[in-house]
Design a protein around this ligand. Structure first.
Ligand code: ZN
Ligand code: ZN
Length: 129
């Protein structure tokens, strides 16, 4: 292993750990800001590139958010997301039945993925919490 790939493996670990610790569906910018405070030498481009690689490898989830920046999720178990229509905060939705499975028999398609974003108001915006 040469020095470059060692460094990139280390950077990958830092990005992965940061997403795992944040637990709040951070955007790439939020992940970068967090990393930057501890590792000022890691560039924004590097963080963005590693996030994409981790998502492509299935190690984290990339959540496309309508009208917003993509979010990342350490939780790769099947679940869905809800976006607050007021503040844009992204939360988790767990359904009892998985629509992906129900869709599997239709039209001869093999379902390989599913992007669903629910909309609602978070507790903070409803004034409950
Ligand atoms: Zn909200
Ligand atoms: Zn999630």
């Amino acid at each position: 292993m040469n020095g470059t790939s060692q460094r990139s493996t280390m950077q990958k670990g830092i990005v992965f750990d940061t997403v795992t610790k944040m637990r709040c569906h951070p955007t790439a910018d939020m992940v970068y800001e967090k990393i930057h405070t501890e590792y000022p030498t890691i560039s924004k481009a590097t963080v963005y590139r590693i996030l994409k690689q981790l998502a492509a490898a299935g190690e984290i989830l990339k959540i496309p958010v309508p009208d917003g920046a993509d979010c990342y999720d350490f939780n790769i178990s099947p679940h869905y997301h809800i976006k607050c229509t007021d503040c844009g905060a992204v939360g988790d939705i767990f359904l009892k039945a998985d629509p992906q499975l129900e869709a599997a028999d239709t039209c001869g398609y093999k379902v390989t993925g599913c992007t669903v974003i629910f909309e609602g108001k978070c507790g903070t915006c409803r004034g409950d919490l």
